[in-house]
Design a protein around this ligand. Structure first.
Ligand SMILES: [Zn+2]
Length: 269
């Protein structure tokens, strides 16, 4: 009696299973070979696809990047933060080996990605504000003398330009100049705190409705009066400065204030 096709197939499958069970080593080797063959074929197929659609893919990536500049910058910042040690080691080694190539490539890249870089840097500085300020201050302290010397040399070489620049700047920003001079006076008096900014001074004046705190006059230009005078160890800071007219300020001088002053409880900026 002839076997049905169905039965024949079932028998073949059983025989195969028996062989696989009896020869586990060869079975494993065969499976590995099949996997490798298919993997090669699959990789080759994918690669061919990518090559065929290279231009499309480039366009797509370009559009995507342009539309998601900020997201990408944030993701990159997060990734860099999470993989710092590893990244540092790898890139230091690579960098040492390819210095010139890297420099040229960077220059080209900066020119081509001006806008993206601007956004990326802004995101980075927002995320690392405190850290960056600390580092900047440290760097300045380390190189203070060098920087001062450089600046002096530059000013001497460009005397007229510098003078014109300063004239234009003080004309355009009289309050900044006054704030700077006040800080310098405080520095000379070795005030324990010397951090009053121009913005804070504006807020103080606004708080007192631009009037002298002693006589209520509203002169065109108010002066900074230190509640505890600088010469008595007072600070040049938000809570020790009030607006006074020139006349009251000079009358007060280093004498105690003509009336008790409640220090300003504004929060610094
Ligand atoms: Zn006054």
């Amino acid at each position: 009696m002839a076997q049905s096709l169905e039965e024949k197939r079932a028998k073949q499958r059983a025989a195969k299973r028996a062989w696989w069970a009896a020869n586990p080593e060869q079975a494993r080797a065969r499976r590995r070979a099949t996997y490798a063959r298919n993997r090669e074929r699959e990789l080759a197929r994918m690669k061919a696809y990518r090559t065929r659609h290279a231009e499309e893919r480039r366009q797509y990536n370009k559009t995507y990047r342009a539309e998601h500049l900020k997201t990408i910058a944030i993701q990159q910042a997060a990734y860099h933060e999470a993989n710092k040690a590893q990244r540092n080691a790898t890139s230091r080694a690579y960098h040492a080996e390819h210095l010139d190539t890297i420099k040229a490539r960077k220059r080209e890249y900066r020119q081509a990605h001006h806008e993206a870089l601007r956004i990326k840097h802004r995101v980075y500085s927002e995320l690392h504000k405190e850290q960056l300020n600390t580092r900047r201050r440290e760097k300045y302290r380390e190189r203070r003398q060098e920087i001062l010397d450089q600046n002096r040399a530059y000013s001497q070489a460009h005397r007229e330009e510098v003078r014109a620049y300063h004239r234009a700047y003080s004309h355009a920003n009289p309050e900044s100049i006054r704030a700077m001079r006040a800080r310098r006076r405080a520095r000379k008096a070795a005030a324990p705190r010397n951090d009053l900014t121009r913005k804070e001074w504006e807020r103080i004046k606004a708080h007192y409705h631009f009037a002298c705190i002693y006589c209520g006059a509203k002169p065109k230009q108010l002066t900074m009066d230190h509640i505890t005078p600088l010469v008595q160890g007072g600070s040049h800071t938000l809570h020790n400065v009030v607006p006074a007219c020139r006349s009251c300020n000079s009358k007060k001088n280093v004498h105690p204030p003509p009336k008790a002053i409640q220090p300003l409880l504004l929060v610094g900026d």
